[in-house]
Structure formats: structure tokens, C-alpha cells
Design a protein around this ligand. Structure first.
Ligand code: SF4
Length: 461
């Protein structure tokens, strides 16, 4: 059991209550440890992917494009160009002689064929190695076609997924400041860090609309190039997934003086607090906004709370493991599970910072295992050792849960159920309930053996 943890990673694991909190994080993954983390390119791709009327061209071997093809639900209310994955399909010959000509030809052909509002060109590992000048090709094609053609410097090997987020933010930042902002309300926001995986951004926009707040740009769920071009006209940036889009909020604050606040739309308290925080920001300009925010929360809770109680009855005391991309989401999940009477015993993330983990440790129960940049071996060890009933994660954690015979809830790219907002909390409770209480887990050999041992113990007494 013990050998499931690499010596080199011991300082990236902490059990709350066991000594002072110290957790190493935000460093390169251990070579050979098969980290759950994605590469820099993938980090950029997942952030920019939902911009639905842009062309997304992956400059690299076909595998990089396939790896991220249709990677998120990211629903669109209009165009769906984002769902096509284009690649320059670099071959051995291109690696030797360079891929710039191929890139230019691909861009010109695709822009002519699909008429996108902008094009993002992602640099992958091999492009960094052979030294193609992606920026120069983009400049050339932008001049010829008249649309923004934006290089995303996301060579996979140059850091961890977090650097991909930065590259995506830099790419989007080049679009801001170029659209007309004359008709934007002074009570207006941009929603940053929601990717509309299952229609959540429509739920959140509706709450803000009922409060009298205009949403200028969704960054990036159901995103549009023209909205991002005028995003600098909004009065406030509301940042959810801080790891992915905080860089952009900071750049916009520096250049346009737009303040930002952090928000989370998961769970009851965090959803309500996010609406109140926006109302608080605008209350001097719009004295009635706080009352309207409270009205939205009252209306939604009157529907939600009576239904939540039914699920809690069965879930009380069950144990949960959480492994997510950014640590900020974990805070909200821990609070949401408390509403369902469930106990989080393991929590970790791919890209958490020191501050994130300190905050996480402060809200976790004693004995909770906190892990940074984990791998399947470690996660499996803890899921078994802590006898977890439900694992919450994404596409790479799903097989771990299923192989160990544990209920699973997808809270990442592939989910089909809206889990944000008040209505999302109800969907979340329903999904957690269905998975954690399924009778199938009784037949998992590990659980059968545990049940037999328990019965034998009782008999002996
Ligand atoms: S960019 Fe590099 S690490 Fe990322 S998918 Fe492509 S080859 Fe793999």
C-alpha cells in the first residue's frame, strides 16, 4: 500500500490536523509519475475552445488535435465552429523543413471556407522544437484576410497546464479594446471562467438579468469574438475559475481600470454570495440592486430547499473524494456536500496555488487528505484506504472510480447536466444520490469482502 506514494511527492500530500500545514505545489510534475495534469497546450485549448464563432487551428501532429477534439460540452446558442478540430497534421518532412508554409495554407483555406470572426492558432510541442514563427504567419494571414489571427504560444512542454491558461488569456487580451462600447450599461459585467458545459452560463446570465445587470461578454462559455472585443466596456469582471481567467482580469484591470471580483456559482452559499457581491459593487450606482438580488435568491431557494432534504436522508454520512482542475471549485464542492450531509475525506487539484491550498485546509474537516498534482496510483490508494463512496472529478478520474467500484460524478468537461446555480445544486444532489446509492456497488468484490468480514466479526461477538 505504502509504495503507492513516490518519495519525491511526499511533500505534495497533507493530512489535515497532522502537523503544521505545508504543501508543495505549482511545480513541474514528477517525470514518470503519469500525472492527472494536462499539458500547456491543453490548458489553452480548454479555455479558448468555447469561443464558438472562432476558428481553432492546432499547429502540430494530429495527436494533439485529437486529444482535445470536442473536449468540452461548451454549448453554444448560435454558431458551432468551435466543435470542429482543425490541425496542420505535421509530418516528418515538416519537422525537417519547417511547417510555416503548411500553416499559412491551412489558415487561408479554412478562413475562406468557414468565414470565422477570428482564428486562434495553437503552438504545440513540436512547433516549439522546430522553431516555426507562428506569430509571423498569423500577422501575414491577418493582413491578407482582415480578421484577427491570434497565435497561442502553448508549446506543450514549456510548463504545466497553468501556463496554458496564461497563454489563452494573453491571446484573448489582444482582442479586447477593439469593439464599440457606446451602448453598454454602467451596471454591466463580464462573466469570466465559466465554460457553459451544460448551459450554466444561461442560468447565471438570467440571475444577473433579473438583478438588472447587463452581461457584456461570456469568457468563454457560449463566447463570441465580437463580445470579447467590447469586453473592456464592462464595469466589472466577475471571475469564477480563477486559475483559468484571472490573468485576463488582471490585465484588463491594469489596462482599462476594470476591477474584478471572484465568484463561484456552485452550491447554495457561493451562488448567493456571488450575486450579493455583484450587487454590493453596484449599490451606489443602483440603490435597488441588493433588494433585487435578495429577491432572486428567495425565489430560487423556495423551490430548491424542500427538494434537497429528500436526497440528504439517504446521503448522510457518505464519504467523498474530490479531484478537480482548479482548487477554487473544490471550496464550493465541499460546502455543497455539507448541505447533503456528506463528508469530504480526500480533496486535490491539478493546478492549485499555495494560497488555494491554505484556504482549502482551513475549511476541511480534520483528517482530510489534501493532494496536489496527483496520479492514478495515489488516488486509487486513498480512495480504497478512506473507503470512499463517491468520487467527483473529470474524464481522467472516471476510470479510477469505476475500476474501484465507487460511484462517480463528473464535474468537469464531459458533464451533460447543469450543476451551477440554484437549479444546478438540485441537479447535483440528484446525480450524487443516483450514483452513490446505486445498489450495484454492493457487488464490487472489495465491498463484498468487507461486508463478509463485518458479518463474521458480528457473529464472533
Ligand atoms: S502539445 Fe505536446 S504534450 Fe500536449 S498533446 Fe501535443 S505533443 Fe502532447
Amino acid at each position: 500500500m505504502e509504495q503507492a506514494i513516490f518519495e519525491e511527492r511526499r511533500d505534495q500530500i497533507h493530512r489535515t490536523g497532522e502537523g503544521p500545514f505545508e504543501l508543495a505545489c505549482n511545480r513541474d510534475s514528477l517525470a514518470g509519475a503519469v500525472s492527472q495534469r494536462a499539458c500547456v497546450f491543453c490548458g489553452s485549448r480548454v479555455v479558448l475552445y468555447p469561443i464558438a464563432d472562432a476558428l481553432h487551428l492546432v499547429h502540430g501532429p494530429i495527436g494533439c488535435a485529437v486529444y482535445t477534439w470536442d473536449i468540452r460540452g461548451a454549448l453554444s446558442s448560435g454558431p458551432e465552429l468551435h466543435r470542429l478540430s482543425f490541425s496542420t497534421d505535421l509530418q516528418e518532412k515538416d519537422v525537417i523543413f519547417g511547417g510555416e508554409k503548411k500553416l499559412k495554407a491551412a489558415l487561408l483555406e479554412l478562413i475562406e471556407r468557414h468565414k470565422p470572426k477570428a482564428a486562434f492558432v495553437y503552438a504545440t510541442c513540436i512547433v516549439g522544437i522546430i522553431g516555426d514563427d507562428v506569430a509571423a504567419v498569423c500577422r501575414d494571414v491577418a493582413e491578407k484576410t482582415g480578421i484577427p489571427v491570434i497565435p497561442v504560444q502553448s508549446e506543450g512542454f514549456k510548463g504545466n497546464k497553468r501556463e496554458g491558461y496564461t497563454a489563452a488569456c494573453k491571446a484573448m487580451f489582444t482582442l479586447t479594446g477593439s469593439g464599440d462600447t457606446s451602448d453598454i450599461s454602467p451596471i454591466s459585467i463580464n462573466i469570466l471562467g465559466d465554460f457553459n458545459l451544460a448551459g450554466e452560463i444561461w442560468i447565471i446570465r438570467d440571475y444577473f438579468k433579473r438583478m438588472g445587470v447587463e452581461t457584456v461578454a461570456n469568457i468563454t462559455g457560449d463566447g463570441r469574438v465580437d463580445d470579447i472585443r467590447r469586453a473592456h466596456g464592462a464595469a466589472l469582471n466577475v471571475v469564477q475559475c480563477s486559475g483559468a481567467t484571472m490573468e485576463l482580469a488582471k490585465m484588463m484591470q491594469d489596462k482599462y481600470g476594470i476591477p474584478f471580483i471572484r465568484a463561484s456559482y456552485l452550491g447554495i452559499e457561493d451562488m448567493a454570495d456571488s450575486l450579493y457581491a455583484v450587487a454590493e459593487h453596484f449599490k451606489d450606482r443602483d440603490p435597488g440592486i441588493m433588494e433585487r438580488a435578495q429577491q432572486v435568491v428567495r425565489e430560487e431557494l423556495s423551490v430548491l430547499l424542500p427538494q434537497l432534504g429528500q436526497y440528504r436522508k439517504d446521503l448522510e454520512g457518505k464519504k467523498v473524494a474530490i479531484y478537480v482542475g482548479g482548487a477554487f471549485k473544490a471550496f464550493s464542492l465541499i460546502k455543497a456536500f455539507r448541505h447533503l450531509g456528506m463528508k469530504v475525506v480526500l480533496v486535490g487539484s491539478q493546478t492549485g496555488t499555495k494560497e488555494d491550498y491554505e484556504e482549502l485546509a482551513a475549511i476541511c474537516d480534520p483528517g482530510t487528505v489534501i493532494v496536489d498534482d496527483s496520479n492514478p496510483l495515489e488516488l486509487s490508494k486513498f480512495v480504497k484506504e478512506l473507503d470512499v463512496d463517491l468520487f467527483v472529478g473529470g474524464v481522467k478520474e472516471r476510470p479510477i472510480a469505476h475500476k474501484l467500484g465507487v460511484g462517480f460524478c463528473d464535474h468537469n468537461h464531459e458533464r451533460k447536466e447543469a450543476l451551477e446555480g440554484f437549479v444546478g445544486m438540485l441537479n447535483f444532489a440528484r446525480e450524487v444520490h443516483a450514483s452513490a446509492t446505486s445498489p450495484i456497488w454492493r457487488f464490487v468484490p472489495r465491498r463484498e469482502a468487507m461486508a463478509k468480514a463485518e458479518a463474521a466479526k458480528k457473529e464472533a461477538i
